[in-house]
Design a protein around this ligand. Structure first.
Ligand SMILES: [Zn+2]
Ligand SMILES: [Zn+2]
Length: 132
């Protein structure tokens, strides 16, 4: 089961809902591939699915841009088999920089440089709901 957090800035009106964790749809690569929109990622998943030695790790995660502070809620996915290994990466939709994953804790400050909008404010995460 996953958890949804509401991120809020303490100095401007920025707020967004972020979903993190594992939903029921993540029980198989087939099921994940059915909602992945990125054609290249989908193709890689299909290749891994044909290999019986494939193992994977997938969950919803929050990514931050080190350049502009942009935040994105994306699918974390990593797959490995006896012959291949793949980890999907994301680039910031605002500036194109490679993003990195951050962890969000219950009702804690969010470990980012600053608010994506005003840059000066600090973001706080509040528990919003469980989802699956
Ligand atoms: Zn702000
Ligand atoms: Zn950026």
């Amino acid at each position: 089961m996953g958890v949804a957090y509401k991120l809020e800035c303490d100095s401007c009106r920025y707020e967004s809902n972020m979903f993190v964790g594992i939903g029921f749809a993540y029980c198989s690569l087939e099921s994940i591939a059915s909602f992945v929109e990125d054609a290249e990622l989908k193709q890689r998943m299909l290749t891994f699915m044909k290999d019986s030695s494939t193992q994977y790790n997938a969950y919803d995660a929050v990514y931050v841009c080190p350049q502009c502070g942009g935040l994105q809620n994306e699918l974390y996915i990593e797959m490995s088999s006896d012959s291949a290994q793949y980890k999907h990466t994301y680039n910031c939709k605002r500036c194109g920089t490679a993003m990195h994953e951050i962890q969000i804790e219950h009702n804690g400050p969010v470990d980012v440089v600053g608010c994506p909008d005003c840059r000066d404010g600090k973001l706080t995460a509040t528990f919003y709901m469980d989802w699956d």
